[in-house]
Design a binder for this molecule. Structure first.
Ligand code: NAD
Length: 243
């Protein structure tokens, strides 16, 4: 249990959590900026860029088959994800803003999740909009590469915000509203360098909230935070009681 965090939680009435890749690292989903070599085999400037996706979609779909799909098949929520579910059930955590695209918060049971960058478990046809799940997309890959829609032959694309695409307007607006409304903002497992997502802690702080940063490494916002905890997300979160 982290005493300073406990004290801030006990005084709070409206908590908003903001999560990044670090909270899923202990579920076996590598971060971009970590040293794990698995994803380094593929270049994010290619598999995560919308211009490159439409130029050469087969690159993304090789990455999907080789890395993304097996990683997501194996991954399950960890103690950090579950602790945030408990905080929400207690009525203290009002919203969970995430940059993650792995769907692990929802799998753990979190309800009010605002996904700023979409969700990679859902895939859409660029022609007719038909939606495919992870396994269905994987099965389409056995038929053709890159995969197309079984109905209209349109190209399949994951429902994630790639570099070069705009964030979903309504989700971004709601995330900003929640950041303004809270009295305690918990940033967990994010390097806080990807914009505009990383502006949320600043919005919260400017609106009078206390800011807590839980991250293994330094972030550009550490100087503005009321509390910085440099430890793993699951260790810190699984020790909190809230309420
Ligand atoms: P990031 O990779 O920039 O930073 C992750 C941070 O987490 C690092 O600073 C690291 O020190 C910290 N960290 C690593 N393990 C940790 C742990 N166990 N506990 C606490 N902190 C830990 O991630 P970001 O800030 O989310 O930005 C990267 C972008 O990449 C996002 O836009 C996101 O959409 C995408 N992404 C998502 C996933 C995912 O869905 N799981 C994974 C990789 C990248």
């Amino acid at each position: 249990m982290h005493q300073e965090l406990e004290a801030l939680l006990s005084k709070a009435s409206y908590v908003v959590a903001f999560t990044g890749a670090g909270i899923s690292a202990e579920s076996g989903v590598p971060t971009y900026r970590g040293t794990d070599g698995v994803w380094n085999k593929y270049d994010p400037a290619k598999y995560a860029d919308v211009g490159y996706f439409f130029q050469d979609p087969s690159y993304y779909w090789h990455f999907f088959k080789d890395v993304r799909y097996p990683v997501l098949q194996e991954a399950s929520p960890n103690a950090g994800h579950h602790a945030l579910v408990d905080l929400e059930k207690q009525g203290l955590l009002k919203a969970l803003i995430t940059q993650n695209i792995d769907g692990l918060h929802q799998e753990a049971g979190s309800r009010n999740v605002l996904e700023l960058h979409g969700n990679t478990r859902s895939i859409s046809c660029q022609g007719c909009g038909r939606s495919y799940g992870l396994d269905e997309a994987r099965a389409r890959l056995e038929e053709e590469h890159p995969p197309t829609c079984g109905d209209c032959r349109g190209l399949l694309k994951p429902d994630v915000v790639l570099f070069g695409e705009s964030l979903p307007t309504d989700t971004l607006r709601r995330a900003e509203e929640e950041s303004r409304s809270c009295d305690l903002f918990l940033s967990i497992g994010s390097s806080l360098v990807v914009q505009p997502a990383a502006s949320m802690p600043a919005i919260a702080k400017q609106s009078g909230a206390r800011l807590v940063i839980v991250n293994m490494e330094e972030t550009p916002f550490d100087g503005k935070a009321d509390l910085v905890i440099r430890d793993s997300a699951s260790t810190v979160l699984s020790g909190i009681q809230g309420g």
